[in-house]
Design a protein. Structure first.
Ligand code: NAD
Length: 289
């Protein structure tokens, strides 16, 4: 297939490279010259405008920072310049309301489109092991799967339009909550006189079992290895967790859901990021306790 890839940053760069490896012809566009230079090294054809990049393609994939940019790229540059019948896939993590609106606008322009956000960080993007959560009809999902598989460990049909973004925001809100809870439990265990490693051995096999404790233990030298063992460098930045929590709070407002723990987690990450810790792994909340 011929695929236009727009937004070749930390995530999109590796994703586009995996499409090239799978034998697709990939047309790349990004506002950053550095990102385009890296895309060229990975075998993408690089273009200076979106209309040039999308001309003659079978599919467009976007991996952009936020909903406002996604809306403007699609409405001002992709629609009308992309051939009729091409599939549009937005893999960015954006707010639910914008995701649904852009798909609706795409339909009005005669395109099939799906929201397809990902779980997995830069290593998974480079390694082709992302999990995609796809929102769209059965027919759109089947088309999307073919495009997404070379970049994926799993491609999951979440439901209709917007369901991919719903899955992503619920997953990451839950992740923030159990990460904070895990940090609190480890700190409490230690302060109350229980060896944290012994607490890990017990709770990771008891009902405290969760990914943050079992697989990404946020206390240095305890449990599973994680960015905690490396000064909280690398991993999943607290600023990105805060972005996802804010999207979840917006989604809760849009859908009328009550999320007191999600709100609390958002406040905790807000304070942590405002204190200058946005670049630290999200498990570094442990250091505040
Ligand atoms: P990034 O900032 O590294 O990349 C975004 C790219 O988009 C940049 O290269 C930027 O130049 C480009 N861009 C911005 N505006 C543009 C425009 N108008 N036209 C063309 N290109 C434009 O961000 P990232 O970490 O790659 O994240 C991308 C998306 O993936 C975000 O929605 C993020 O929430 C999501 N995500 C990130 C991670 C992660 O671990 N980094 C994990 C899962 C999902």
């Amino acid at each position: 297939m011929k695929i236009a890839f727009i937004g070749l940053g930390n995530m999109g760069g590796g994703m586009a490279a995996n499409l090239v490896k799978a034998g697709h012809a990939v047309n790349a566009f990004d506002l950053s010259g550095d990102a385009l230079a890296r895309a060229a090294e990975h075998g993408c054809a690089v273009f200076e405008t979106v209309p040039d990049a999308v001309a003659g393609v079978d599919a467009v994939v976007t991996m952009l920072p936020n909903g406002q940019i996604v809306r403007s790229v699609y409405t001002q540059e992709v629609f009308g310049n992309t051939p009729e019948g091409a599939l549009l896939l937005d893999c960015s993590t954006i707010d639910l309301a914008t995701a649904r609106e852009v798909v609706e606008l795409a339909r009005g322009e005669g395109y099939e489109m799906a929201d397809a956000p990902v779980s997995g960080g830069i290593a998974a993007a480079n390694g082709g092991t992302l999990t995609f959560m796809v929102g769209g009809s059965d027919a759109v999902f089947e088309r999307a799967r073919t495009v997404l598989e070379p970049m994926a460990k799993a491609v999951i049909h979440a439901g209709d339009t917007g369901a991919g973004q719903v899955a992503k925001m619920c997953n990451n809100m839950l992740l923030a909550i159990h990460m904070i809870g895990t940090c609190e439990a480890l700190a409490l265990a230690e302060k109350a006189g229980l060896d944290p490693q012994t607490f890990y051995e017990i709770s990771s096999k008891a009902t405290g079992y969760c990914w943050s404790l079992n697989d990404y233990t946020p206390m240095p030298g305890v449990g599973a290895s994680s960015p905690a063992d490396n000064g909280y460098e690398g991993g999943f930045a607290s600023a990105l967790m805060l972005k996802d929590l804010r999207l979840a709070m917006a989604g809760a407002e849009t859908s009328g859901a009550t999320v007191p723990m999600g709100e609390h987690a958002t406040r905790i990450y807000e304070a942590f990021v405002e204190a200058g810790n946005g670049g630290k792994d999200f498990g570094a909340i442990f250091t505040t306790l």
